[in-house]
Design a protein around this ligand. Structure first.
Ligand code: SAH
Ligand code: SF4
Ligand code: F3S
Length: 436
């Protein structure tokens, strides 16, 4: 047998790309590739890219520039671009960077082995279709290797919402749900291989409709899998937060009390211009109902500052919304103009205004996040241990609320789920001890 070829994958963007990269590595495993941690000895380099903001897209081209020397030294090296930049820019990528051999969009990964075979030594391969077939069904079976305790599982892809700022509906296509029986089979397989926590993924995961009762139905079905201890899901849209899913936060013990529910802005005027299809009061009402169902729920959100026409008052409305909700964690961004989206045509705010607003917003979010984390001191939480820490004898895991928790103790192994008393709160993590 010939020596395995080496594959280097670099992943940008959201968790769905992380999941896709795993699956692509498995698919290329069938072509004789195994993964390497550095591009230097690779026979194939694959960038799994993100198009969400301008900076994310530009990173791809600067990364490609760094491979020039490698390609010159090894003409057989294959360079591929996958993900959302591949979908958005297609052939243009090969024009800008002629050393790219292969471009594959996020819905065509099952065709990757064939594309790989075709590309290289001057031959180009391009596929940015939105085929009818389920790409996951056609991907190679996952090798049955032991897995880390926490895994992603994509159940839904695409978006029909068309927020005025966002490229995702164009790069990932329309909303599609994977059939529940396939999701359940994949989940059982993951659990057999050591997984104890599954995070269900989708661009609009709560729009999932592959099971009776939607995402809530799927969660209840997954909860029936012995050995699976925890279920999470991300990312949700407020308008798809239905009664059954809210009730699942009360009724399903395995569903963790943490929810990422982006709102983007706290101003009704801007929400309307963003085409979010909900008001700030709608959002408050959903949060109230979620907290009635699960009082200890930690919330996370995404915010955009400096959207076209955002006034000082609009921004203050966002600050006020954050004060009222109280977030355990959050992601915030300056609005970035994306070609082809409706908001790109509108008058843009000056960069200094965006910068100043982002700073104030992030200061508030950081304060909230720290206060909620500090409030864990003295409490007992359940930690799913994932890996050894940097210190000798230390293990790191996640609490129900997704806080990183460090514990110094003998005999802990990845996959253990233990009660931990929190004794200290640092800048980004908690320290705990096993109860005596
Ligand atoms: N489907 C999810 C999130 C998808 S993108 C949702 O609807 O919430 C992740 C985040 O990137 C978004 O929530 C938004 O906050 C941010 N984002 C998307 N487009 C952006 C843009 N043009 N400029 C700045 N941030 C953007
Ligand atoms: Fe983008 Fe809006 Fe769809 Fe989220 S809901 S992926 S922000 S268009
Ligand atoms: Fe980026 Fe595509 Fe995810 S644009 S955020 S990688 S869906």
């Amino acid at each position: 047998m010939s020596a395995p070829k080496k594959l280097f994958i670099k992943t940008y963007g959201c968790q769905m790309n992380v999941y896709d990269s795993e699956r692509m590595a498995e698919a290329l495993g069938g072509q004789g590739y195994e993964q390497t941690a550095t591009p230097d000895d690779a026979d194939m380099i694959l960038l799994n890219t993100c198009h969400i903001r301008e900076k994310a897209a530009e990173k791809v081209y600067s990364e490609l520039g760094r491979y020039k020397g490698l390609k010159a030294a090894k003409p057989d090296l294959k360079i591929g671009v996958a993900g959302c930049v591949a979908q958005a820019e297609g052939e243009e990528i090969m024009r800008r960077q002629p050393m790219v051999d292969l471009v594959v969009g996020p819905q065509s990964y099952h065709r990757l082995p064939a594309l790989e075979a075709k590309a290289g030594r001057g031959a180009k391969a391009l596929d940015t279709d939105f085929p009818e077939e389920d790409k996951f069904e056609h991907l190679a079976q996952r090798p049955r290797a032991r897995r880390a305790p926490s895994a992603f599982l994509t159940v839904q892809e695409g978006c029909d919402k068309f927020c005025a700022f966002c490229v995702v509906p164009y790069t990932r296509g329309a909303e599609v749900s994977r059939p529940a029986e396939r999701v359940l089979a994949e989940a059982r397989d993951l659990v057999e291989r050591g997984v104890r926590e599954i995070t269900l993924l989708g661009q609009n995961v709560n729009a999932y409709h592959g099971h009776e009762g939607g995402l809530a139905g799927l969660i209840h079905a997954l909860a029936g899998i012995d050995g699976l201890a925890r279920i999470r899901f991300t990312t949700s849209h407020p308008n798809d937060m239905d009664d059954a899913l809210i009730a699942a936060h009360r009724d399903c013990e395995k569903l963790m009390p943490y929810l990422h529910l982006p709102v983007q802005s706290g101003s009704d005027r801007i929400l309307k211009r963003m085409n979010r299809q909900h008001t700030r009061d709608d959002y408050f009402r959903i949060i109230d109902r979620l907290r009635a169902a699960r009082p200890d729920l930690h919330l996370s959100g995404d915010f955009i500052v400096g959207f076209p026409e955002e006034s000082d008052q609009d921004f203050e409305d966002t600050m006020d919304l954050i004060e009222r909700v109280g977030y355990g964690s959050a992601f915030s961004f300056k609005y970035s103009t994306r070609p082809g989206t409706p908001a790109a045509e509108r008058a843009q705010l000056p960069e200094e205004v965006k910068d100043a607003r982002l700073q104030r917003l992030q200061a508030l979010l950081t304060r909230q996040q720290q206060a909620l984390q500090d409030a864990m001191v003295g409490r007992t939480v359940k930690v799913l241990f994932e890996k050894p820490g940097r210190l000798e004898g230390q293990m790191v895991g996640k609490s129900e609320y997704l806080h990183a928790v460090h514990v110094q103790a003998d005999g802990l192994t990845p996959g253990d789920l233990r009660e931990v008393r929190i004794v200290e709160s640092g800048p980004n993590s908690l320290k705990g001890v096993l109860p005596a």
